[in-house]
Design a binder for this molecule. Structure first.
Ligand SMILES: Nc1ncnc2c1ncn2[C@@H]1O[C@H](COP(=O)(O)OP(=O)(O)O)[C@@H](O)[C@H]1O
Ligand SMILES: C=C(OP(=O)(O)O)C(=O)O
Length: 408
Protein backbone atom coordinates (compact mmCIF):
# COMPACT_ATOMS: atom_id res chain seq x y z
CA UNK A 1 0.00 0.00 0.00
CA UNK A 2 1.54 3.21 -1.01
CA UNK A 3 0.11 6.39 0.25
CA UNK A 4 -0.73 9.46 -1.74
CA UNK A 5 1.11 12.71 -1.30
CA UNK A 6 0.07 15.90 -3.05
CA UNK A 7 -0.49 15.28 -6.72
CA UNK A 8 0.06 11.61 -6.33
CA UNK A 9 -2.16 8.62 -6.54
CA UNK A 10 -2.62 5.82 -4.14
CA UNK A 11 -1.39 2.56 -5.53
CA UNK A 12 -2.77 0.24 -2.91
CA UNK A 13 -1.17 -2.98 -3.83
CA UNK A 14 2.32 -1.64 -4.18
CA UNK A 15 4.24 -1.73 -0.97
CA UNK A 16 7.85 -1.13 -1.67
CA UNK A 17 10.94 -2.39 -0.07
CA UNK A 18 13.07 0.36 1.41
CA UNK A 19 15.77 -0.31 -1.20
CA UNK A 20 13.45 -0.40 -4.14
CA UNK A 21 13.41 2.58 -6.38
CA UNK A 22 10.76 1.90 -8.93
CA UNK A 23 8.28 -0.86 -7.96
CA UNK A 24 9.28 -2.61 -11.14
CA UNK A 25 6.75 -0.47 -12.96
CA UNK A 26 7.52 0.46 -16.49
CA UNK A 27 7.77 4.19 -16.80
CA UNK A 28 6.31 4.14 -20.28
CA UNK A 29 3.19 2.50 -18.91
CA UNK A 30 2.53 4.68 -15.92
CA UNK A 31 4.68 7.64 -16.79
CA UNK A 32 4.90 8.04 -13.07
CA UNK A 33 7.79 8.91 -10.89
CA UNK A 34 8.40 7.05 -7.66
CA UNK A 35 8.92 9.46 -4.81
CA UNK A 36 9.69 8.86 -1.17
CA UNK A 37 6.99 10.00 1.18
CA UNK A 38 6.06 9.69 4.79
CA UNK A 39 2.55 9.42 6.03
CA UNK A 40 0.71 8.30 9.08
CA UNK A 41 1.18 8.78 12.77
CA UNK A 42 3.21 7.27 15.55
CA UNK A 43 2.10 3.81 16.49
CA UNK A 44 1.05 2.98 19.98
CA UNK A 45 2.57 0.06 21.83
CA UNK A 46 6.30 -0.06 21.77
CA UNK A 47 6.20 3.31 20.06
CA UNK A 48 9.12 2.52 17.81
CA UNK A 49 7.40 2.08 14.53
CA UNK A 50 5.59 4.56 12.38
CA UNK A 51 2.82 3.89 9.96
CA UNK A 52 4.92 5.07 7.17
CA UNK A 53 4.71 4.41 3.55
CA UNK A 54 7.76 4.27 1.49
CA UNK A 55 6.71 5.64 -1.82
CA UNK A 56 3.93 6.88 -3.94
CA UNK A 57 3.55 6.85 -7.65
CA UNK A 58 3.19 10.39 -8.87
CA UNK A 59 0.76 10.47 -11.68
CA UNK A 60 -1.03 13.62 -12.65
CA UNK A 61 -4.77 13.88 -12.97
CA UNK A 62 -7.82 11.72 -13.35
CA UNK A 63 -6.93 10.64 -16.89
CA UNK A 64 -3.75 8.96 -15.71
CA UNK A 65 -5.53 7.36 -12.78
CA UNK A 66 -8.02 5.93 -15.24
CA UNK A 67 -5.18 4.64 -17.38
CA UNK A 68 -3.46 3.03 -14.39
CA UNK A 69 -6.73 1.33 -13.55
CA UNK A 70 -7.46 0.15 -17.06
CA UNK A 71 -4.00 -0.73 -18.35
CA UNK A 72 -2.27 -1.92 -15.22
CA UNK A 73 -5.25 -3.17 -13.27
CA UNK A 74 -4.32 -1.04 -10.26
CA UNK A 75 -6.95 -0.03 -7.75
CA UNK A 76 -5.92 3.60 -7.49
CA UNK A 77 -7.38 6.93 -6.55
CA UNK A 78 -6.32 10.49 -7.10
CA UNK A 79 -5.95 12.83 -4.18
CA UNK A 80 -8.61 14.99 -5.77
CA UNK A 81 -11.03 12.10 -5.70
CA UNK A 82 -10.11 11.23 -2.12
CA UNK A 83 -10.92 14.76 -1.12
CA UNK A 84 -14.14 15.01 -3.04
CA UNK A 85 -15.71 11.62 -2.66
CA UNK A 86 -14.03 9.79 0.19
CA UNK A 87 -15.41 6.31 0.48
CA UNK A 88 -17.84 6.99 -2.36
CA UNK A 89 -14.87 7.33 -4.72
CA UNK A 90 -13.96 4.96 -7.52
CA UNK A 91 -11.24 3.04 -5.72
CA UNK A 92 -12.96 -0.17 -4.74
CA UNK A 93 -10.65 -0.95 -1.86
CA UNK A 94 -11.38 1.29 1.12
CA UNK A 95 -9.19 2.03 4.11
CA UNK A 96 -10.71 2.26 7.57
CA UNK A 97 -8.30 3.51 10.25
CA UNK A 98 -8.80 3.17 13.99
CA UNK A 99 -8.15 6.47 15.70
CA UNK A 100 -6.43 6.22 19.07
CA UNK A 101 -4.02 8.34 21.09
CA UNK A 102 -1.21 7.70 18.60
CA UNK A 103 -2.93 9.44 15.70
CA UNK A 104 -5.57 11.85 17.01
CA UNK A 105 -3.89 15.22 16.46
CA UNK A 106 -5.14 17.32 13.51
CA UNK A 107 -1.76 16.80 11.81
CA UNK A 108 -1.89 13.00 12.20
CA UNK A 109 -5.46 12.88 10.98
CA UNK A 110 -4.52 14.89 7.92
CA UNK A 111 -1.61 12.54 7.20
CA UNK A 112 -3.96 9.59 7.41
CA UNK A 113 -6.43 11.33 5.08
CA UNK A 114 -3.66 12.08 2.61
CA UNK A 115 -2.56 8.49 2.93
CA UNK A 116 -5.91 7.26 1.70
CA UNK A 117 -8.05 6.89 4.83
CA UNK A 118 -11.68 6.72 3.77
CA UNK A 119 -13.23 6.08 7.15
CA UNK A 120 -12.05 6.94 10.68
CA UNK A 121 -13.12 4.31 13.22
CA UNK A 122 -13.72 5.09 16.88
CA UNK A 123 -13.84 2.07 19.15
CA UNK A 124 -16.28 3.00 21.91
CA UNK A 125 -14.75 0.53 24.36
CA UNK A 126 -11.84 2.90 24.85
CA UNK A 127 -11.68 6.41 26.18
CA UNK A 128 -14.48 8.86 27.01
CA UNK A 129 -17.28 10.24 24.86
CA UNK A 130 -15.69 13.67 25.19
CA UNK A 131 -12.49 12.29 23.68
CA UNK A 132 -14.43 10.76 20.79
CA UNK A 133 -16.42 13.99 20.30
CA UNK A 134 -13.18 15.89 20.03
CA UNK A 135 -11.83 13.52 17.35
CA UNK A 136 -15.08 13.80 15.36
CA UNK A 137 -14.80 17.59 15.57
CA UNK A 138 -11.26 17.43 14.18
CA UNK A 139 -12.35 15.18 11.33
CA UNK A 140 -15.22 17.53 10.49
CA UNK A 141 -12.75 20.40 10.48
CA UNK A 142 -10.39 18.47 8.23
CA UNK A 143 -13.25 17.85 5.82
CA UNK A 144 -14.49 21.41 5.87
CA UNK A 145 -11.19 23.27 5.85
CA UNK A 146 -9.01 20.96 3.76
CA UNK A 147 -11.71 19.58 1.50
CA UNK A 148 -11.43 15.91 2.50
CA UNK A 149 -14.33 13.56 2.67
CA UNK A 150 -13.43 11.22 5.54
CA UNK A 151 -16.40 9.35 7.01
CA UNK A 152 -16.76 8.46 10.68
CA UNK A 153 -17.57 5.05 12.12
CA UNK A 154 -18.29 4.22 15.73
CA UNK A 155 -17.79 0.64 16.86
CA UNK A 156 -19.86 -0.52 19.84
CA UNK A 157 -18.22 -2.24 22.79
CA UNK A 158 -20.67 -5.16 22.84
CA UNK A 159 -20.57 -7.83 25.52
CA UNK A 160 -17.82 -10.35 25.78
CA UNK A 161 -16.11 -12.26 28.58
CA UNK A 162 -12.63 -10.90 28.98
CA UNK A 163 -9.89 -10.20 31.48
CA UNK A 164 -10.30 -6.93 33.32
CA UNK A 165 -7.48 -4.50 32.85
CA UNK A 166 -4.99 -6.03 35.30
CA UNK A 167 -3.27 -2.77 36.06
CA UNK A 168 0.11 -3.99 34.83
CA UNK A 169 1.59 -1.83 32.08
CA UNK A 170 1.58 -4.45 29.34
CA UNK A 171 1.12 -8.15 30.03
CA UNK A 172 1.26 -10.81 32.76
CA UNK A 173 2.98 -14.13 32.04
CA UNK A 174 1.60 -17.53 33.06
CA UNK A 175 4.13 -20.37 33.22
CA UNK A 176 3.22 -23.95 32.45
CA UNK A 177 2.27 -25.85 35.63
CA UNK A 178 1.41 -22.70 37.64
CA UNK A 179 -2.00 -22.46 39.31
CA UNK A 180 -4.22 -19.40 38.87
CA UNK A 181 -7.53 -18.22 40.31
CA UNK A 182 -10.01 -16.76 37.83
CA UNK A 183 -12.60 -14.65 39.61
CA UNK A 184 -15.25 -12.01 38.97
CA UNK A 185 -14.84 -10.55 42.47
CA UNK A 186 -13.77 -6.96 42.59
CA UNK A 187 -10.29 -7.00 44.11
CA UNK A 188 -7.98 -4.24 45.22
CA UNK A 189 -4.86 -4.06 43.03
CA UNK A 190 -3.56 -7.15 41.21
CA UNK A 191 -3.00 -10.07 43.60
CA UNK A 192 -0.47 -12.57 42.23
CA UNK A 193 -1.74 -15.58 40.25
CA UNK A 194 -5.22 -14.05 40.13
CA UNK A 195 -7.09 -12.98 37.02
CA UNK A 196 -10.26 -10.91 37.16
CA UNK A 197 -13.04 -11.52 34.66
CA UNK A 198 -15.39 -8.72 33.63
CA UNK A 199 -18.61 -10.77 33.86
CA UNK A 200 -20.01 -12.25 37.07
CA UNK A 201 -21.52 -15.29 35.42
CA UNK A 202 -18.33 -16.17 33.55
CA UNK A 203 -18.01 -19.59 35.25
CA UNK A 204 -21.66 -20.72 35.04
CA UNK A 205 -21.93 -24.14 33.43
CA UNK A 206 -18.16 -24.61 33.38
CA UNK A 207 -16.96 -27.97 34.72
CA UNK A 208 -13.77 -29.32 36.22
CA UNK A 209 -11.68 -30.65 33.33
CA UNK A 210 -12.79 -27.94 30.84
CA UNK A 211 -10.09 -26.05 29.00
CA UNK A 212 -9.83 -22.27 29.30
CA UNK A 213 -8.09 -20.67 26.33
CA UNK A 214 -6.87 -17.07 26.43
CA UNK A 215 -7.03 -14.96 23.25
CA UNK A 216 -7.55 -17.95 20.97
CA UNK A 217 -4.32 -19.69 22.01
CA UNK A 218 -2.08 -17.15 23.69
CA UNK A 219 -2.18 -19.35 26.84
CA UNK A 220 -4.22 -22.39 27.95
CA UNK A 221 -5.44 -23.67 31.32
CA UNK A 222 -7.32 -26.64 32.69
CA UNK A 223 -10.07 -26.07 35.25
CA UNK A 224 -9.01 -28.10 38.33
CA UNK A 225 -11.51 -26.83 40.91
CA UNK A 226 -14.64 -24.72 41.23
CA UNK A 227 -14.59 -22.48 44.30
CA UNK A 228 -17.99 -20.82 44.48
CA UNK A 229 -18.14 -18.76 41.27
CA UNK A 230 -14.37 -18.77 40.92
CA UNK A 231 -12.28 -21.21 38.91
CA UNK A 232 -8.93 -22.58 39.98
CA UNK A 233 -6.99 -23.48 36.87
CA UNK A 234 -3.62 -24.99 36.02
CA UNK A 235 -1.65 -23.52 33.15
CA UNK A 236 -1.13 -26.21 30.49
CA UNK A 237 0.44 -23.98 27.86
CA UNK A 238 2.38 -20.94 28.99
CA UNK A 239 1.66 -17.49 27.58
CA UNK A 240 0.70 -13.91 28.20
CA UNK A 241 -2.39 -12.16 29.49
CA UNK A 242 -2.75 -8.91 27.57
CA UNK A 243 -5.15 -6.26 28.87
CA UNK A 244 -8.73 -7.23 27.92
CA UNK A 245 -7.60 -10.71 26.82
CA UNK A 246 -10.57 -12.81 25.74
CA UNK A 247 -11.74 -16.08 27.34
CA UNK A 248 -13.06 -19.15 25.61
CA UNK A 249 -13.97 -22.46 27.26
CA UNK A 250 -13.64 -25.80 25.48
CA UNK A 251 -14.96 -29.27 26.33
CA UNK A 252 -13.98 -32.37 24.34
CA UNK A 253 -12.63 -30.16 21.57
CA UNK A 254 -15.87 -28.13 21.27
CA UNK A 255 -16.46 -24.52 22.21
CA UNK A 256 -18.66 -24.00 25.26
CA UNK A 257 -20.47 -20.93 23.93
CA UNK A 258 -20.69 -18.33 26.69
CA UNK A 259 -20.58 -14.97 24.92
CA UNK A 260 -23.85 -15.70 23.13
CA UNK A 261 -25.64 -15.45 26.49
CA UNK A 262 -24.73 -11.78 26.73
CA UNK A 263 -26.77 -9.04 25.03
CA UNK A 264 -25.48 -7.66 21.72
CA UNK A 265 -26.63 -4.18 22.66
CA UNK A 266 -26.01 -3.23 26.28
CA UNK A 267 -27.25 -0.03 27.95
CA UNK A 268 -23.84 1.48 27.35
CA UNK A 269 -23.98 0.52 23.67
CA UNK A 270 -27.35 2.29 23.30
CA UNK A 271 -25.92 5.37 24.98
CA UNK A 272 -22.92 5.24 22.60
CA UNK A 273 -25.27 4.87 19.63
CA UNK A 274 -27.26 7.87 20.82
CA UNK A 275 -23.98 9.75 21.03
CA UNK A 276 -23.06 8.65 17.48
CA UNK A 277 -26.45 9.72 16.11
CA UNK A 278 -26.20 13.13 17.74
CA UNK A 279 -22.70 13.53 16.28
CA UNK A 280 -23.99 12.55 12.83
CA UNK A 281 -21.64 9.56 12.30
CA UNK A 282 -21.82 7.73 8.98
CA UNK A 283 -21.43 4.14 10.18
CA UNK A 284 -22.24 2.16 13.29
CA UNK A 285 -20.39 -1.15 13.56
CA UNK A 286 -22.22 -3.54 15.89
CA UNK A 287 -20.06 -5.88 17.94
CA UNK A 288 -21.08 -9.48 18.69
CA UNK A 289 -24.09 -9.70 16.44
CA UNK A 290 -25.41 -13.25 16.81
CA UNK A 291 -28.50 -12.94 14.65
CA UNK A 292 -30.31 -10.31 12.60
CA UNK A 293 -32.51 -8.96 15.44
CA UNK A 294 -30.15 -6.33 16.91
CA UNK A 295 -29.34 -5.10 13.39
CA UNK A 296 -33.05 -4.67 12.61
CA UNK A 297 -33.62 -3.06 16.00
CA UNK A 298 -30.87 -0.53 15.37
CA UNK A 299 -32.08 0.20 11.84
CA UNK A 300 -35.60 0.84 13.14
CA UNK A 301 -34.17 3.13 15.77
CA UNK A 302 -32.16 5.07 13.18
CA UNK A 303 -35.28 5.34 11.04
CA UNK A 304 -37.22 6.80 13.95
CA UNK A 305 -34.40 9.20 14.72
CA UNK A 306 -34.39 10.32 11.06
CA UNK A 307 -30.83 9.04 10.68
CA UNK A 308 -31.54 6.91 7.69
CA UNK A 309 -28.22 7.71 6.07
CA UNK A 310 -26.30 6.13 8.97
CA UNK A 311 -25.20 2.70 7.80
CA UNK A 312 -25.22 -0.33 10.08
CA UNK A 313 -22.36 -2.81 9.79
CA UNK A 314 -22.54 -6.15 11.58
CA UNK A 315 -19.34 -7.59 13.01
CA UNK A 316 -19.10 -11.30 12.41
CA UNK A 317 -17.02 -12.55 15.30
CA UNK A 318 -18.77 -15.54 16.85
CA UNK A 319 -19.85 -19.06 15.96
CA UNK A 320 -23.49 -18.02 16.24
CA UNK A 321 -23.05 -15.24 13.72
CA UNK A 322 -21.59 -17.73 11.23
CA UNK A 323 -24.60 -19.97 11.67
CA UNK A 324 -26.98 -17.03 10.96
CA UNK A 325 -24.73 -15.42 8.36
CA UNK A 326 -27.25 -14.99 5.54
CA UNK A 327 -29.94 -13.29 7.65
CA UNK A 328 -27.32 -11.01 9.23
CA UNK A 329 -25.91 -9.99 5.83
CA UNK A 330 -29.40 -9.39 4.51
CA UNK A 331 -30.33 -7.13 7.44
CA UNK A 332 -27.06 -5.13 7.44
CA UNK A 333 -25.54 -2.51 5.15
CA UNK A 334 -22.18 -4.29 5.31
CA UNK A 335 -20.19 -6.86 7.24
CA UNK A 336 -16.97 -6.74 9.19
CA UNK A 337 -14.99 -9.96 9.39
CA UNK A 338 -13.59 -9.35 12.89
CA UNK A 339 -10.77 -11.84 12.60
CA UNK A 340 -9.37 -10.99 16.05
CA UNK A 341 -12.43 -12.20 17.91
CA UNK A 342 -13.29 -14.89 15.37
CA UNK A 343 -9.90 -16.44 16.12
CA UNK A 344 -11.02 -16.88 19.72
CA UNK A 345 -14.02 -18.98 18.73
CA UNK A 346 -12.79 -20.90 15.70
CA UNK A 347 -9.39 -22.47 15.02
CA UNK A 348 -7.00 -20.12 13.22
CA UNK A 349 -6.65 -22.45 10.24
CA UNK A 350 -10.36 -22.08 9.49
CA UNK A 351 -10.24 -18.28 9.29
CA UNK A 352 -9.26 -18.10 5.58
CA UNK A 353 -12.17 -20.33 4.54
CA UNK A 354 -14.58 -18.48 6.79
CA UNK A 355 -13.40 -15.11 5.40
CA UNK A 356 -13.94 -16.42 1.88
CA UNK A 357 -17.40 -17.75 2.70
CA UNK A 358 -18.48 -14.45 4.30
CA UNK A 359 -17.14 -12.57 1.28
CA UNK A 360 -19.04 -14.85 -1.06
CA UNK A 361 -22.35 -14.32 0.77
CA UNK A 362 -21.77 -10.54 0.86
CA UNK A 363 -20.90 -10.41 -2.83
CA UNK A 364 -24.07 -12.30 -3.69
CA UNK A 365 -26.11 -9.76 -1.72
CA UNK A 366 -24.06 -6.84 -2.97
CA UNK A 367 -22.88 -5.76 0.46
CA UNK A 368 -19.40 -4.45 1.29
CA UNK A 369 -17.00 -6.56 3.38
CA UNK A 370 -14.51 -5.13 5.84
CA UNK A 371 -11.55 -7.29 6.82
CA UNK A 372 -10.21 -6.43 10.26
CA UNK A 373 -7.25 -7.25 12.50
CA UNK A 374 -3.59 -7.98 12.06
CA UNK A 375 -3.41 -6.66 8.51
CA UNK A 376 -0.02 -4.96 8.84
CA UNK A 377 0.65 -6.07 12.41
CA UNK A 378 4.42 -6.09 11.94
CA UNK A 379 4.26 -2.31 11.33
CA UNK A 380 3.40 -1.74 15.00
CA UNK A 381 7.11 -2.38 15.54
CA UNK A 382 8.77 -2.01 12.16
CA UNK A 383 8.63 0.58 9.39
CA UNK A 384 8.04 -1.95 6.62
CA UNK A 385 5.47 -4.74 6.40
CA UNK A 386 6.47 -8.37 5.92
CA UNK A 387 6.37 -9.91 2.45
CA UNK A 388 3.61 -12.23 3.68
CA UNK A 389 1.49 -9.23 4.73
CA UNK A 390 2.02 -7.61 1.33
CA UNK A 391 1.04 -10.75 -0.51
CA UNK A 392 -2.19 -11.16 1.46
CA UNK A 393 -3.54 -7.92 -0.10
CA UNK A 394 -2.68 -8.75 -3.67
CA UNK A 395 -6.05 -10.42 -4.32
CA UNK A 396 -8.61 -8.53 -6.37
CA UNK A 397 -11.39 -8.97 -3.83
CA UNK A 398 -11.74 -5.26 -3.20
CA UNK A 399 -12.27 -5.45 0.50
CA UNK A 400 -12.47 -2.57 2.90
CA UNK A 401 -9.46 -2.98 5.15
CA UNK A 402 -9.57 -1.98 8.81
CA UNK A 403 -6.29 -0.98 10.44
CA UNK A 404 -6.38 -1.17 14.23
CA UNK A 405 -3.20 -1.25 16.26
CA UNK A 406 -1.21 -0.22 13.19
CA UNK A 407 -2.72 3.25 13.45
CA UNK A 408 -4.22 3.69 16.94
N1 LIG B 1 -9.93 5.68 21.60
C1 LIG B 1 -8.88 5.02 22.09
N2 LIG B 1 -8.29 5.45 23.22
C2 LIG B 1 -7.24 4.81 23.76
N3 LIG B 1 -6.68 3.70 23.21
C3 LIG B 1 -7.21 3.22 22.08
C4 LIG B 1 -8.33 3.86 21.46
N4 LIG B 1 -8.66 3.16 20.35
C5 LIG B 1 -7.77 2.13 20.27
N5 LIG B 1 -6.90 2.18 21.31
C6 LIG B 1 -5.76 1.28 21.56
O1 LIG B 1 -5.57 0.44 20.44
C7 LIG B 1 -5.75 -0.94 20.79
C8 LIG B 1 -6.47 -1.67 19.69
O2 LIG B 1 -7.73 -1.11 19.46
P1 LIG B 1 -9.02 -1.99 19.21
O3 LIG B 1 -8.74 -3.23 18.50
O4 LIG B 1 -10.02 -1.10 18.61
O5 LIG B 1 -9.40 -2.41 20.65
P2 LIG B 1 -9.47 -3.86 21.29
O6 LIG B 1 -8.43 -4.73 20.67
O7 LIG B 1 -9.20 -3.52 22.71
O8 LIG B 1 -10.86 -4.32 21.00
C9 LIG B 1 -6.51 -0.93 22.09
O9 LIG B 1 -6.26 -2.07 22.88
C10 LIG B 1 -6.03 0.35 22.75
O10 LIG B 1 -4.80 0.12 23.38
C1 LIG C 1 -12.16 -5.65 14.91
C2 LIG C 1 -12.24 -6.54 15.88
O1 LIG C 1 -12.89 -6.26 17.05
P1 LIG C 1 -12.46 -5.29 18.25
O2 LIG C 1 -11.23 -4.52 17.84
O3 LIG C 1 -13.64 -4.44 18.48
O4 LIG C 1 -12.19 -6.21 19.40
C3 LIG C 1 -11.71 -7.91 15.74
O5 LIG C 1 -11.97 -8.72 16.65
O6 LIG C 1 -11.05 -8.22 14.72
Amino acid sequence: MAVATSDSILARSLITDRRSTNFGLKNEVCRGKVVPCRAGGKVKGKGKGRVEVKAAVQIGGLEEVKKAKEEMGLDVVSEEELREKGFLGMRKTKLVCTIGPACCSPQDLEKLALGGMNVARLNMCHNTRDWHRDVIKKINQLNEEKGFCVSVMIDTEGSQIHVLDHGAPSSVKAEEGSTWLFTAQKLEGSPPFTIQANYEGFSEGIEVGDELVIDGGMASFQVIEKVGNDLRCKCTDSGLFLPRAKFSFWRNGKLVARNSELPTLSKKDWADIEFGVSEGVDFIALSFVNDADPVRQLKNYLYMRSSRSTRVLAKVESLESLQKLKEIVEASDGIMVARGDLGVEIPYEQIPTVQEEITHVCREMNKPVIVASQLLESMIEYPTPTRAEVISYSSRCYYWYLLIKETS
